[in-house]
Structure formats: C-alpha cells, structure tokens
Design a protein around this ligand. Sequence first.
Ligand code: ADP
Length: 375
Amino acid sequence: PDNNAPPMPWFGMDIGGTLTKLVYFEPRETNRRELDKETEILKNIRRYLTRNSAYGKTGRRDVHLQMDNVTIRGRRGTLHFIRFPTSEVGAFLQLARSKGMATLVNTIYATGGGAYKFEVDFIKEVNMNLSKLDELDALIAGVLFVDSMNPQECYYWAPPDSITSQDTPPYLEASLSQYARKPFDFSNPYPFLLVNIGSGVSMLVVNAPNDYYRVSGTSLGGGTFLGLCCLLAGCSSFEEAIALAAAGDNTTVDKLVRDIYGGDYERFGLRGDLVASSFGHMCSAERRAKVSREDLARATLVTITNNIGSIARLCASNERLERVVFCGNFLRVNPLSMKLLSYAMSYWSRGALKALFLEHEGYFGAVGCLLHYDS
Ligand code: ADP
C-alpha cells in the first residue's frame, strides 16, 4: 500500500442539474494491521453504505451496477454507485454529518454545476473540501475506465433479422419489442461521438483519451422530457413518465406524413408512418379531448428522443464518425428511447451509423472524479 495515498473514504461525486451521483470506493480488507488502522467512523460509514441500498427518503444504491475487483492507486476494492435528487443535497449533508463525516479531514473530487453551487455548504456541514474537476474531462475519463474494467459495459440493440435499416417504418411497435441487447467490443473505440443525455444534452467528438471537443448540444434533454410529462400528463416521477410512455401511442398526438398525404410522400422517400409534425394533432380541440396521458407521455418521449437522434446523426456525419455512444440518466430504465435511437441512427444513415450504449449510464462523471485519487 501507498503511504502517501489520500486518507479514506474515497468518493467521486457529480452534482448534476437533476441527480447527484456518488461513487464510493470500498477498499478490500487486506490485513489485520490495516483493519486496525481503520477508525470506528470510517468503519461505520463503510458498513452503512455497503449494507443498505436506500438512504434517507430518496437516496438509492444501484446494486446491479456494483463493480468488484477494481484497482485505484494500487488498492483493490469495490465501486458502489449511489444517486439522489440534487434538490436533496441539504438532506444528504445532514445525513453525512450524522454519520461523523465532519470529523474526518477530507477532500473529495467533485464535478457538475453543484460542485460550485454547494461548495460552501460542504465545508460548513461536513468539513469537506470539494476539489472541482471539469465535467466533460471527468465524463470521458470515467467512460474509458469503466469500459476497460467491465467487458460487458458497451452494448447495442440489434433489430430482428426480418428488419433491414432501409425498409422498416420507424415506430412499428412490434419491431421495437423484438430488438435484442447484444454486447459490443469497444476495445478500439476511436474516434467516436459521445452523446450525454442528462437534464440537457452535450455531444463530444472523442479522438483519443485526451483529445476531444464539444461539437454540439441541445437544451431539449432529459429534463425537458420529465418537465413536459409533469405538465402534460401529471407525472410525479421519472419512472412513472417512462411507464406511461411505454403504454402509450404517439400517433394520436403527432401528425404523420400519411395524415397529410394520405400515404407516403414518395418523391423524397418519406414513408407515411413517419412523424411529420410532433404534437401536430394537438391543434385540434376534438383530438385534445380524446387524448390519453399515456399517449402524451409517449409523444413527449418520441419527440425528445428523435430530436436528439437527428442532432447526433448530423454531428456524426459532419465529423465522419461511425460510432455514436449514448450515456446519461435519461436512458435509465428507458429501453424505448435506446431502441428508437438505434433505429433512427441506422435508418437515417442507411446503416452507416451505429448507436452504442453503456451499462453505467449516468455515473461516468462521478467515476472520472474518483480516478483522481490515482494521480
Ligand atoms: P444531470 O447531471 O443533469 O442531473 P443525469 O445524467 O443524471 O443528468 O440525467 C438526468 C435525467 O435523467 C433527468 O432529466 C431524467 O430525464 C432522467 N432520470 C432518470 N432517473 C431519474 C430519477 N430517478 N429522477 C429524476 N430524473 C431521472
């Protein structure tokens, strides 16, 4: 063990616009001497974090994402993935304080806007210095590290054999349910487009670990999806919005090419079942009176997802990239958006682009922060 290593506990934190992501490194107990060195407070914190999967009212540990056998600064251990709403930072600090965090002299690496916004609160409440890192640097470092440690990390959605990218209508319900998740070998990744769908969206061209730039973004992201679902369908959680969308039908909300043409717009190869105007049917009072919450949630999801898909596709073709990697918590428990993105990428590029996804979705910025204990 490295005697100059910073004191435990080691956390990486990403305090985002909607969710705070916390990655905790649990060191493997190496020998008696080390165990004895661990203070009671540290032991209690470790036990509290690793023996529970819910903390307070809104903190959750994503147990299915836990990574064992990770090495950081020569120490082997386990990574634990925890999240809570950023609106609950105050409650988190109270909890951390009640567990004795304030008595440990500590610096944690943090990113996201909240690392600036809440810096003073961290010092006051738990005596923690936030060492701030850039969120895009952290994001990329996190993606590359997690992918190198987990052979299952990167995957794609394969369409059923009966479907080719040229000839299938985008929203054919039956075809989406037949998409199957398959592992993708990401060991030779460069160059690729990284699309992070959080509250908002950032798109980065990544040429090498330390060679990237932000090409584009959009404010129409995961926050827009959830905000509109709350307004239009009276949702009160992301999970509820996703469940409604999964049960809905957007064609009662969106105006399709066939609603305007009576069929395909053949001259430019636009099929009748493509959306011509998102929410276009909602100009009619009669249709508004009949529309369901499920259909509104579905149309919101399709609108936001396809908009991100078309911007990503334009960026990728402009930059001559073939692989587009999507991450961010908008894709959490949201296979529908992943399949729509997979379909759209391949359909509109005539099969030239491949949509890829990552198992640890929204945690890469926090992992990137944790890696700073390594340097
Ligand atoms: P940020 O860093 O901006 O908070 P994230 O990558 O954490 O970004 O993604 C936030 C988005 O993830 C939300 O806008 C929402 O669409 C989606 N989301 C997934 N799970 C949740 C959740 N439990 N609560 C709120 N939003 C969630």
